[in-house]
Each structure stands twice: as C-alpha cells, then as structure tokens.
Design a protein around this ligand. Structure first.
Ligand code: GLN
Length: 490
C-alpha cells in the first residue's frame, strides 16, 4: 500500500480495491510507529482523519468524490486549520486554535482529502534545516549506512518532506519563501513545486514575507505534485495578490514531452565551489532533455549573484512587520509584565526563538529611518533587475534547468553556528521567489555517499504546465528508484 503513488492510490480507491478507512488506518499506524523517530508531525489528527476517511468512503460508495477523495496528506503547521491547533512551530502560537480554514486547505477538503496531522517546520518558516522549530528538529528518513547521525530534511517544510519521503503521508502542503519547498524536496528525494506567486491563495497561511510566500505541494512523483497543485491553486478574492487566472490541467501536462522546447542554462549558476557531482548531475539532466528532443541554450542572469543578499533584506523586513502582530494581546501566548510595554517585551522574548529574533532585528534595522534608502529601497531596485533578467531569458527559452541546492542533506547541528553558511542553502532557489516565477525540484540522482540530489526546473510566470512537462521528461530519464534507509522498517 505504501508503494502506491497518490494517483495509483486514487485509482485503487475508486476501484474499491481498498477503502479510504483502510488506507488512512494504514498510514496512521505507520505514522505512530515512525513519528517518534522522525518528529515529522507536531500534531497528528487521527480522529479527524478517520472521520474524513469515513466521509470519503460514503462519497465513493455513492459514485461521487473529488480528485483527492480519501487521500491522506500532511499539512504544514503554517496553514490555519479550523479547530486544529496551528503553531507555526513557535512557542508564541503554541496555544493558537484558528476558528477558520486557510483557502488552500479548504480546497483540499473540498476535493475530499484526509488530513493526517500538522507537519513540523522551522519556526515561522525561517530556516533551511528544520532545526529552529520550537517542537524539536525533524530527522531526514535518509541516513547513510554505518553513520547513525541523523541528517536534516531541509527547511522550512522539513516535516512535510520527511513525512512524504518516509511514506507517512501520500503528499503534503508546504510553503516556499526562499526555497522551503524545493530545498527539502531535494534533501529528501521527492518532488516539490513552488508555483507562480499568486497561483495559490495566501489567505489563512501564517505570514512570513508576504511578497515572497507561496504555497505548493510536496509529493513522490511529478504527476502527484501536479494533481495536488491543481486542487490547491485558484483565485481567491480574500487574497489581493491572488491571480484571477484559470487553473489548467497540470497533471495532463506532465506527459507532454519536451520535443522542440528550448531549455536555458544560466551560466551564473555555475560556481567554482560547486561540488563536482552536482555539476555532473546538472550536465546529466541537460543531456537527458537533449535526448528527449529539447534544445539546450546558454543564457545569462547577471543579477542572480545579488539574489541571496537582496532576499536577506526583503524577507526580514517583511517578517519584522508581519510578526509585529504577536504582542500577547490578540494571538497565542502572553507573559504578563508590570505594564503594557513590559508585557509586550516579556511575551516576545519568551515566545520567539533565536532565528526569529535575528530576523526581526535585521528587518527593523533595514527599515529604520536612517537606513531605509541604503538597504530596503536598494534591495527593491535590485529585485526589479533580478526579475528583468528572467523576463529577458524567457524571451529566448521556455524553461531553465539548474541544480536545486549546493549540497546534499547535512548532519543535524551542522551550520548552526554560522547563519550566513545556512543562508547559502538557498542560493539557487531564492531568485524564483524574488521574481515570482514557478520552480520545481525533482530527485535526479544520489551523491557518492548515497544521499539524494535534486534538479530545479524554472518556468515563465503562470506556465507551470511547461515546468511539469520538463520535470516529467526528467523523471522518466532519471528513473529515481532509490529509497531512504527507513523504508525497510515500514
Ligand atoms: N531558508 C530560507 C529562509 O530561511 C527560506 C525559507 C522559506 O522559504 N520559508 O528564509
């Protein structure tokens, strides 16, 4: 049962080969067995899941049911779920139970999905290792033979990615502000897509950096990711940045092939410190696309080198503003003080972890009167140049191919003493957020030690279909069948 893809499980449910209750029970018992080791879920919701599975079976028995009826999913604990605690992996939201459902999760429920629980993440989605969660680190299901040290699943959607890779969810929701869908997908050997900014509603998702945040799915196959995105996406009048554009049949695009497509290779993504095996995998990916009938074209994205620096001004600036709402008055935790100001201070000092405080400090600094022009305004100008680079490149090519990350999954605790080194994880993923374009990561191979590595496909705004077509061709050629060590235990 755990070997089935989401599409296969959907078909088996429709053919009544097993019931939604049976599928959900199987996933729940695997979750119970493996979660103590992985810590992928903060809040499992078995009772809710069984209720939803029963409703799915009733719908299927009537010959009804949507595209996800009876499919068990993990929900990143950044999506508000009505009546189910939503923590953003922060102490400040530890007691928060939203009275409303996010638009994206409401779409999934409309389509019949079953929610197994709320998945762990970096606190407020700030991080690349899932080490900053107030609910503890998540272990990557991939380990190395003879090396017991747990590795990071990536971040911030580390719990979602670990759950999908360990087969304790058939798919998951995630969000990506600078790489938090694609980097964990790469580290865990699965597929993840950050769609175009505006494709999925941000309504009901705890905000990190609103001009960059996008929701998207994590799944085990390209087609599964396409099915999930088809449900999550769509116009929402409650989010003023939501795009009023029809949602195409993403799943149908996966098998389109790449014949006649022009695939760009951005030369600035090549660096001297890139590990040779990642460079080799990139070349392999280009060769696969060429064999499948695509034309490979060199392109230039000259402002990419400023992407990370600009991101670490824009994202903390927006975060410092968004997180001002956690003041002990309206949401979550409150620590009393002698007066109102002291109550604010006590609440925020106790409620936020070190990385979140660092971002709030940086953000407040770059927005302060004396430094606004030197940092924030300048970063906005560079952001416009990064966006223009992509517009120009997409005048010549249909999609771009790059590595997803500059390394494979590292050991838990590494890079924690050096935030800048941690931030470098996102060097290949951040430009897509800065420019709003879609980006997908798929597993393309293993490094010499046996850990998964991803390739990233970038596409034109609102042309996720081409991204899926390219990813589908790569998936077919890569034939990635490796499984995490943990697989043997389930
Ligand atoms: N790792 C990046 C950060 O820490 C991106 C996080 C994200 O995409 N949510 O900001």
């Amino acid at each position: 049962m755990f070997e089935l893809s989401l599409a296969e499980a959907r078909d088996a449910l429709r053919a009544r080969k097993f019931s939604a209750a049976e599928l959900t029970e199987a996933y729940l018992s695997r979750l119970e067995a493996l979660n103590p080791k992985l810590n992928a879920y903060i809040t499992p919701t078995p009772e809710l899941a069984l209720k939803q599975a029963a409703a799915a079976d009733a719908a299927l028995a009537r010959g009804e049911g949507g595209p996800l009826t009876g499919i068990p999913l993990a929900i990143k604990d950044l999506f508000c779920t009505a009546g189910v605690r939503t923590t953003a992996a922060s102490n400040i939201l530890r007691p928060f139970v939203p009275p409303y459902e996010s638009t994206v999760t409401a779409h999934l429920l409309r389509d019949g999905a079953v929610f197994l629980g709320k998945a762990n993440l970096d606190e407020f989605a700030m991080g690349s290792s899932n080490m900053t969660s107030a609910f503890g680190a998540v272990a990557n299901p991939w380990t190395l033979p003879g090396d017991a040290r747990p590795r990071v699943p990536g971040g911030s959607s580390g719990g979602s990615a670990a759950a999908v890779a360990a087969r304790i969810a058939l798919g998951a929701t995630a969000t990506d502000t600078g790489g938090s869908i694609r980097q964990p997908a790469s580290f865990c050997g699965i597929v993840g897509i950050k769609p175009t900014y505006g494709r999925c509603s941000r309504w009901g998702i705890v905000a990190f950096a609103s001009s960059l945040d996008q929701a998207g799915p994590l799944a085990r196959t390209v087609e599964d990711a396409a099915i999930l995105l088809g449900s999550m996406a769509g116009f929402d009048p409650k989010d003023s940045t939501s795009a009023d554009i029809a949602v195409p049949d993403f799943a149908a695009a996966c098998a389109r092939g790449v014949k006649g497509l022009r695939i760009g290779v951005p030369r600035e993504y090549r660096s001297d410190d890139m590990p040779p095996e990642i460079e080799a995998l990139w070349q392999q990916g280009l060769a696969w696309l060429k064999d499948a009938g695509a034309e490979i074209v060199d392109v230039s994205l000259p402002h990419t080198k400023y992407g990370l620096a600009t991101y670490y001004i824009v994202a903390p600036a927006e975060a410092s503003s968004n997180l001002a709402r956690y003041d002990g008055v309206r949401f979550g935790a409150r620590v009393e003080g002698a007066d109102l100001i002291e109550m604010y201070e006590n609440t925020r000092a106790a409620g936020f972890g070190a990385e979140v405080k660092r971002r709030v400090l940086i953000g407040t600094y770059v927005l302060s009167a004396g430094y606004y022009d030197a940092y924030y305004l300048r970063a906005q100008k560079v952001r416009a140049l990064i966006r223009r680079d992509f517009t120009e490149a997409f005048g010549k090519v249909d999609a771009l191919l790059t590595p997803t990350t500059p390394s494979a999954a590292f050991v838990q605790g590494e890079r924690m003493d050096d935030p800048v080194k941690m931030y470098l994880n996102d060097v290949f993923t951040v430009p897509a957020n800065m420019s709003g374009i879609p980006g997908l990561s798929l597993p393309a191979g293993l490094d010499s030690s046996g850990l998964p590595l991803g390739l990233q496909v970038l596409g034109k705004p609102f042309d996720e279909e081409t991204v899926f077509a390219v990813a589908g061709a790569l998936e077919k050629a890569a034939h990635f069948t490796a499984r995490p060590a943990l697989q043997a235990e389930g």
